[in-house]
Design a protein around this ligand. Sequence first.
Ligand code: ATP
Ligand code: MG
Length: 397
Amino acid sequence: MDTNERISRYYQDYKADMEAARIAERKGNLEGARKLYRQAARSLCEMASLESGETRKERTLHAEQILAKAESLGKTAVPAAAAPAASAGTAPARGAQRNAAGGTADGNPWQSEGIPATTFDDVVGMEDVKQLIRTRVIDQIKYPELYDRYGLKGGTGVLLFGLPGTGKTTIARAIAHEIGAPLFTVKLSDVLSKWVGESEKLISQLFDKARETPTSLIFFDDFDSLGMERQDDGNHNNKIIVELINQMDGFRQNTNTIILLAATNRPWMIDSALMRPGRFEHHIYVPLAGHEARIRLVKKNLGSVPTEPGLDYDRISDLLAGYNGADIVSVVGSAKLAAVQRAKETMIAQGQQGDSPVTFADFADAAAAHRSSVKPDDIVRMKKYAAQRGIALPDEM
Ligand SMILES: Nc1ncnc2c1ncn2[C@@H]1O[C@H](COP(=O)(O)OP(=O)(O)OP(=O)(O)O)[C@@H](O)[C@H]1O
Ligand SMILES: [Mg+2]
């Protein structure tokens, strides 16, 4: 069996186990569901071991989320994704056609991933962003009567924008956790995958599915590709945008609360009709990590590995000025790798295991080898966009 066949087999197992787990969960068989979710996570890990790059990262992350869900079964008050009664108890055949988001046999291809395990505490720094999110998003869920009284029910969409790798996707996941809402992540690839010609129907099905639970969060990730400025060439995005606008203008009449979030690092690409009042009206800028946040990101990613005594985190943070969070994760990984290599050499030479601490020099080498991926052009473009919309950006971006 070649690698692709093996991946495909694990994928089929994963889908079947997830489906069976959801059914078991719905029927209240939590022990059975837990076992099936764990099996599904194992299949994802097997797939990740055969894959590379982003796919591998996403797969591993997804496996972690499923494991977290398995462990939390019976402990959370909010059920993950309440499924329609019609599909309860009908396990679709293995390999039945469903979409990348893991749809079900009720004809609606959307399925939430449940409540993510990522919390606000996992998001380093961004105190201002978190505060804005509390007032714009979280409080309306926490204090619905108050918001009702002031005629603010339903809120509007929030667009998170910022340079690449600054934690936009991470904070969106954390928001779903903080409000205890099942998360629907929507990317252009999901919408366009197998459903060429009916992408607008997919958008309405998405909102239908989201309405099945009292509160849910629809997150349009990399929104620039999905909501790109309309061209008059009849492309799919046109239909998607029209349907998205229809849904956004109509959804607040419903009693259920759907929180709409989007993230982008190219906000200027998004169709301006999507940014009008009542739609993605609120823009929140997600900044690069400042000095203290960089230190915390370094420490968080070092975890409990041994470091040289008196390791100077201030100087490390200075080395990483202008780096985004994704770069910092990468630099810490390289610094750790250098220490591991030394430990390995010692082990081979002396025949015994010994730790080699991560040093400042490891960070200096790693930072020199991994330049910041934030491009000066991106910064210029972002400043121009913010100025046009009258949004003040922090000095340090
Ligand atoms: N403030 C932060 N706190 C915790 N982790 C962070 C932070 N910023 C970045 N990261 C880490 O950096 C990586 C990239 O983050 P994420 O994918 O959320 O960024 P993004 O802004 O969505 O990027 P893109 O614009 O490329 O979509 C992840 O591993 C994430 O955990
Ligand atoms: Mg992202």
